[in-house]
Design a binder for this molecule. Structure first.
Ligand SMILES: [Zn+2]
Length: 409
C-alpha cells in the first residue's frame, strides 16, 4: 500500500511539472473555452461583463476567448434590448443559430429517422425511412442510414448550414467508445462496427457517436422534467425490448465495459427462461412490446412488423391489450423497487412505448407507485415525450459533444 501511495505521488509531481509547460497552457485555454461556452449555452443573453463575473477570468482573456468562439461560428452577438438610457447598448452573446448543425439518427427495426438542428436546437431538417418489409442486414440498413445522412447534409448546405456531428441511437448492446454494436437482438447483429461503416459511406467529413436509445432519450426527459443537473434520473425505455439509463451530474452511467444501466436485463425471475444476455428471467422477457405480442399471439416475419401491429393495438385501447398490459405490472414494479433501492434517484421515468403500456396498467400501476414512492424523495413519472425523446435527446447529445470540444469545431 505504501509503495503504491508513493508511486501515485510521484506521478502527480510529474504531472504538475508537465502542466506548467506549453502543453499545460494549451489545456488551460481549452478548459476556459469550454467554461465560457457552457455559460453562454446555459444562460440567456449573457454579456462579456457577465462572463468575467461568472468565470473569474480577467477581461482581456474573456474578450479573446469570445473572439475565438465567434470566429468558429459557435456564438453570435446581438444588441441587448434598450434600457431607454442613452449610450451604446451592451452586446449579448448566445449560441450561433445560423452556421453549424448537428443531427440525431435513430436506426430502429421499423424505420430510420433523422432530425437535424442548429446549436440553439432549432429543428431544420427531418426525414423518416420506413423499414418494415426491408432486409435487416448491417450492409443494407447502414447503407440506408448513410443515404439519409447524405441527404440531410445536402439539404442543410442549401440552407447555409454545415452539419458537424451525428449522434446515432440503436436498440443494442453497444460499445460507445469505438462505435460498435456488440449484440442486437432486434436486428440479429453481432460485432458490427457501425460508426466505421457510416464514416466510410458518407460524403461529408462528420463526427459520429453511437449510443443506446435510452442514453439519448434520458437527456430529453431531463430537460422536459426541468430537473436540476445534480438530480439522479433512472429511465426505463420501452422499445421492442426494455432499455435503461441513469444520469446524474451530467454523467451517463455506462459501466466499465459499456453495458452498465441495461435495466431491461435485471433478473426479475431467477428461475425463468434463459435470456440472450446470459441471465435468466430478465425484465424485458416479462415487460414491454415483445412479451405483449407473445401474449396476444401476434407473429410476423419481422420485428418491425410486430412492433407496428402492437403499437396500433396500444393506440386503439383494445381491452385484451389492456388486460395483457396489467399482467406485466407486477414485474415492472419489482424492477422499479430494485432501481429505487440501488440509485435513490429524484425521478424514475417510464419512457418510450413503456409510457403507453403504463397508461393501460391503471390501478395495477397506481398501487405499485405508492409502494415505490412511499414517502421517499423518488417520484415515478410517465413520459409524455414517448419515442420522440430519442431524436430530441440525440440532437442535444450531439450539440453538447460539439460544444465540449470547441477547438475542433
Ligand atoms: Zn437478459
Amino acid at each position: 500500500m505504501r509503495d503504491s501511495e508513493s508511486l501515485a505521488k510521484g506521478d502527480e509531481a510529474r504531472g504538475s511539472q508537465q502542466s506548467s509547460g506549453p502543453q499545460g497552457l494549451a489545456d488551460v485555454r481549452r478548459l476556459n473555452l469550454q467554461r465560457v461556452l457552457a455559460e453562454i449555452r446555459d444562460r440567456r443573453a449573457v454579456t462579456r461583463k457577465d462572463l468575467v463575473a461568472a468565470t473569474a477570468l480577467n477581461r482581456v482573456t474573456v474578450l479573446d476567448l469570445v473572439a475565438e468562439l465567434h470566429g468558429r461560428h459557435l456564438i453570435s452577438e446581438h444588441p441587448s434590448v434598450s434600457t431607454g438610457r442613452s449610450g451604446r447598448p451592451a452586446m449579448t452573446l448566445e449560441l450561433d443559430d445560423d452556421h453549424l448543425a448537428v443531427a440525431a439518427l435513430e436506426i430502429n427495426v421499423d424505420r430510420i429517422r433523422i432530425l437535424c438542428s442548429t446549436l440553439q436546437l432549432r429543428v431544420v431538417h427531418e426525414e423518416a425511412i420506413d423499414m418494415v418489409g426491408e432486409g435487416l442486414s448491417p450492409d443494407h440498413v447502414l447503407e440506408l442510414a448513410a443515404m439519409c445522412v447524405n441527404r440531410a447534409h445536402r439539404a442543410l448546405l442549401r440552407k447555409g448550414l454545415l452539419l458537424k456531428r451525428v449522434c446515432i441511437g440503436l436498440p443494442a448492446f453497444i460499445d460507445h467508445r469505438n462505435g460498435t454494436v456488440l449484440t442486437s437482438l432486434s436486428f440479429g447483429w453481432n460485432g458490427v462496427p457501425a460508426v466505421d461503416i457510416l464514416q466510410r459511406s458518407v460524403d461529408a467529413d462528420l463526427e459520429f457517436t453511437l449510443d443506446r436509445l435510452a442514453n439519448l432519450a434520458i437527456r430529453e426527459e431531463r430537460a422536459r422534467a426541468g430537473l436540476m443537473p445534480d438530480s439522479g434520473i433512472v429511465l426505463l425505455y420501452g422499445d421492442m425490448g426494455v432499455g435503461g439509463a441513469f444520469q446524474k451530474g451530467g454523467v451517463i452511467l455506462r459501466g466499465d465495459s459499456g453495458s452498465g444501466a441495461e435495466f431491461g436485463h435485471i433478473s426479475v425471475d431467477p428461475g425463468g427462461p434463459h435470456c440472450y444476455c446470459g441471465n435468466r428471467g430478465c425484465l424485458e422477457m416479462y415487460v414491454g412490446i415483445r412479451p405483449l405480442a407473445a401474449a396476444l399471439g401476434i407473429v410476423d416475419d419481422q420485428e418491425g412488423g410486430v412492433m407496428q401491429r402492437v403499437l396500433d393495438l396500444l393506440e386503439s385501447g383494445d381491452r385484451a391489450v389492456a388486460a395483457a398490459a396489467r399482467e406485466q405490472a407486477p414485474w415492472l414494479m419489482m424492477a422499479l423497487r430494485t432501481l429505487q433501492t440501488v440509485f435513490d434517484p429524484r425521478a424514475l421515468i417510464l419512457g418510450g412505448h413503456l409510457g403507453s403500456l403504463a397508461r393501460l396498467m391503471g390501478s395495477a400501476l397506481e398501487e405499485g407507485v405508492s409502494e415505490v414512492e412511499n414517502g421517499r424523495a423518488t417520484e415515478l413519472r410517465i413520459s409524455i415525450t414517448g419515442a420522440n425523446a430519442v431524436l430530441a435527446g440525440g440532437v442535444r447529445a450531439a450539440r453538447d459533444d460539439l460544444l465540449a470540444a470547441p477547438w475542433s469545431a
